[in-house]
Every structure is written in structure tokens, then in C-alpha cells.
Ligand binder design. Structure first.
Ligand code: OGA
Ligand code: MN
Length: 296
């Protein structure tokens, strides 16, 4: 053995999940022992907040995320009118800023699509090869508002009654990006936008590969259930989402500049919360790992 195994110092932030982790500096190269310890912490807590005195830059975030699995490196299909502020395919710009660093103005369709992040979701459930970890780096946070909320979908599954567990066992959901954009009050997509993000199909319940725990996998992208009439599917999706986001399963994270929060999309849902988004900058940048390498 070349590396001593280590345990990171974790401060739990909620009775069920989420911890603040000390001892990781994403500005520097990560050792295999640190990565192993972080993966173990993620399997336990599902959400880990890693504080930094200064924001973690794009290159450092990408280099760190690459240790946690195959990375998403496809520039997302274009939202009409979007310029590129961050010149890295591996980074999803989650800010409210245009390509020149100016805050979007009210009514801008890019801002309207962004606000759909305020619906409970899990990243990239609308892709067949899903997101595993998301790493969101805070570069600048607004003076008020803009917490990110997380729901523990393992604990939610465990708490379902047996009849519901039986009812949803084996069901397959159809997840579509445009479903959540429309639910979130966004404009109708263009044909080109729609074609760029076709639906994907995933079971409503899966077993988490790292922890072995069962997880309820629903999200605002979940539009239909295979073989079910739309109205019945809608009702079930709403019931499960309401159940899983009861206060006891939810943790609200208040950001500090420099934080990187890592969440496991196969164990949690999350949502953005409002802030004065046409007045204050909120500059957040995400690197995302996928279940398998994507060659496209
Ligand atoms: C994301 C996301 C929420 C937020 O980056 O995937 O949903 O609070 N972010 O910015
Ligand atoms: Mn998200």
C-alpha cells in the first residue's frame, strides 16, 4: 500500500444527511487517499460542503471533479440567445450573468429557463447516462437568499409505506428537460432546442451503487410513467415529490463565498431558492460527473 487510508473531518449538518468536510483543498492536487475518503463520506452523507477561503477556479474544479468519475464535457445544446461566459466544456454556468458578465434583465428567456432550477430536481435525469456527482463552486453569492435545498431520497424511500413501495417497484419514468422548463414557467422550446434534449428512461427506485441503499428517483424532469395514463402518472409523481420533500427530509444550505458543495444526484434531489436575481450577481459554476463516459 502506497497510501494510508484517511478519514476526513466531517461535521453533520442535518440529522439524516449532509456534512461540512474539512481537509480538502481543491486548489491543490488531490491524493488518491483523499478521494477515497471523500467518496466514503459521499456514500454516507450524500451532500458534502467543502469550504475554501478563495473561490475554486474553473481549471481546479475540473481537475478535482475528474477524480470522481467520468466528466460531463459536452457543451449543453444551445438555449437560443446564449453566449458563452465560461470557456470550458466541463463547466455548466449556473450564474445569472450573460457572456459579458452583465446580470440578465427581467423577461430574458435564459433567466426564465434558469428559474426552473427552483423546482425539485436531480441533475441530468433527462439523460440516459445520468449525472452522479455535481460539484457547485460559489464565486460570488448574493447578500440575501439563494440557498440551495437538498432532499434525502434514500431516507424518503425508507419512509414510504409498504403499499407504496410495492406500487412503485419496477416502474419506469420518462424524464424530459423541457418538461421542467415548462413547469417552471419557462417559454416553449424551439424545435431545435427540443430535438437537442430528447427524453430518457429510468426506474423510479434504484439501489445506490456505493451505499447499497434504495433511492426514490423522481425529479421535476419526470414527465410520465411508462404504461400509465398521463393523469394517473402526474398524480403519483406529485404525491411522491411532496412526500420526499417534507421538511424532515430537507436540508437548506446557506452559501459562503468559496464553498464547493458536492451532491450525489443518485441519492438526493435539490433546488435553487429565490433571490433578487435581476439585481445581485450570483456566480455559481458546476462540474458534473456521469455514470459512464460519454463520447459525443
Ligand atoms: C445546479 C443547481 C441550484 C442552485 O447547479 O444543478 O440546481 O442553487 N443549482 O444554484
Ligand atoms: Mn441542478
Amino acid at each position: 500500500m502506497t497510501d494510508q487510508s484517511i478519514t476526513l473531518e466531517a461535521t453533520p449538518l442535518h440529522p439524516l444527511f449532509a456534512a461540512r468536510i474539512q481537509g480538502i483543498d481543491m486548489h491543490a492536487a488531490a491524493s488518491p487517499a483523499v478521494i477515497d475518503a471523500l467518496v466514503a463520506a459521499m456514500d454516507e452523507y450524500a451532500v458534502c460542503a467543502v469550504p475554501h477561503a478563495t473561490p475554486v477556479g474553473n481549471e481546479d474544479l475540473i481537475a478535482f471533479a475528474a477524480h470522481l468519475g467520468p466528466m460531463d464535457a459536452g457543451r449543453s445544446p444551445k438555449i437560443t440567445g446564449t453566449g458563452i461566459r465560461i470557456p470550458h466544456n466541463e463547466i455548466t454556468d449556473q450564474s445569472n450573468l450573460d457572456q459579458d458578465g452583465a446580470i440578465y434583465t427581467e423577461g430574458d428567456r435564459r433567466l426564465l429557463f434558469k428559474r426552473a432550477n427552483r423546482l425539485w430536481h436531480t441533475d441530468m435525469s433527462f439523460r440516459q447516462v445520468r449525472a452522479t456527482y455535481s460539484l457547485l463552486a460559489a464565486h460570488e453569492i448574493p447578500p440575501r437568499g439563494g440557498n440551495t435545498e437538498f432532499a434525502d431520497m434514500r431516507a424518503a424511500y425508507d419512509a414510504l409505506d409498504e403499499a407504496m413501495k410495492k406500487r412503485i417497484d419496477g416502474l419506469v419514468g420518462e424524464h424530459c428537460y423541457w418538461h421542467s422548463r415548462t413547469l417552471g414557467g419557462g417559454p416553449d422550446p424551439t424545435d431545435e432546442e427540443r430535438a437537442g434534449r430528447p427524453p430518457a428512461y429510468h426506474r423510479l427506485v434504484h439501489t445506490h451503487p456505493g451505499s447499497g441503499r434504495k433511492v426514490l428517483y423522481v425529479a421535476s424532469h419526470l414527465a410520465r410513467i411508462q404504461g400509465w395514463p398521463d393523469d394517473e402518472a402526474r398524480a403519483l409523481i406529485e404525491e411522491l415529490t411532496a412526500f420526499a420533500t417534507r421538511p424532515e427530509f430537507v436540508f437548506s444550505y446557506e452559501w459562503s463565498d468559496g464553498d464547493v458543495v458536492i451532491w450525489d444526484n443518485l441519492a438526493t434531489m435539490h433546488r435553487a431558492t429565490p433571490f433578487d436575481d435581476t439585481r445581485y450577481v450570483r456566480d455559481m459554476r458546476r462540474a458534473t460527473c456521469r455514470e459512464a463516459p460519454i463520447h459525443s
